[in-house]
Design a protein around this ligand. Structure first.
Ligand SMILES: *[C@@H]1O[C@H](CO)[C@@H](O)[C@H](O)[C@H]1NC(C)=O
Length: 158
C-alpha cells in the first residue's frame, strides 16, 4: 500500500512544481540611467551633447522577448526630458511610451521609472528623446530584443 503511494506522491509534487515553474513571470531587468550634458567632438569641434551614464550614444539595451524592463531615469539637464522606446508596442501600457499626450516630460533634477515589457517582439529598435531638439544632441541608443532560446528565430541566416 505504502509502496504504491510513494510514486504517486513524487509525481504529484513534480506536477505541482511543473505548473508553478510554467507560470513563473518573465524575467525583470533593472536599469538606472542618468541623463547629463557633456562635451564631445563628433564633427571635429567640441560641442555640447546629451549623455546617458556618461555615454554617447547611450547604453545598448539588450533584452530578450518578454523581458520586463524597469528603467529608472534621472534627468540632470536644465530642461524637461522625455524618452521614447521606438517600436515597443506598449500594449495596454501607452503611458510608458514617452511621447507627449501619454507621458509627461521628466522635470529637471527629477526621475521617472519606465516599466514595460518587450512583449512578443523580436528585432532591432532604438530609443531617443521625443521632445524639444534633444534627439539632435544625443540621448539615443540601440534597443535589441533577442528571441528566447527555444523560440524559433523567424529571420533567415545571413
Ligand atoms: C526615483 O528614484 C528613487 C531612487 O532610485 C526611487 O525610489 C523612486 O521610486 C523613483 N521615482 C520615480 C517616480 O520613479
Amino acid at each position: 500500500m505504502v509502496k504504491s503511494f510513494i510514486p504517486h506522491l513524487v509525481f504529484g509534487v513534480l506536477a505541482v512544481l511543473g505548473v508553478s515553474l510554467v507560470n513563473a513571470e518573465d524575467p525583470y531587468l533593472y536599469f538606472t540611467w542618468t541623463v547629463t550634458y557633456g562635451t564631445r567632438s563628433i564633427l571635429g569641434v567640441p560641442q555640447q551633447v546629451i549623455l546617458i551614464n556618461g555615454q554617447f550614444p547611450g547604453p545598448k539595451l539588450d533584452v530578450v522577448t518578454n523581458n520586463n524592463i524597469i528603467l529608472n531615469l534621472m534627468n540632470k539637464l536644465d530642461q524637461p526630458f522625455l524618452m521614447t522606446w521606438n517600436g515597443i508596442k506598449q500594449r495596454k501600457n501607452s503611458w510608458q511610451d514617452g511621447v507627449l499626450g501619454t507621458n509627461c516630460p521628466i522635470p529637471p533634477n527629477s526621475n521617472y521609472t519606465y516599466k514595460f515589457q518587450a512583449k512578443d517582439q523580436i528585432g532591432s529598435y532604438t530609443y531617443f528623446p521625443s521632445t524639444l531638439m534633444h534627439r539632435a544632441a544625443g540621448g539615443f541608443g540601440a534597443l535589441n530584443i533577442i528571441h528566447r532560446s527555444g523560440d524559433p528565430n523567424p529571420l533567415c541566416k545571413p
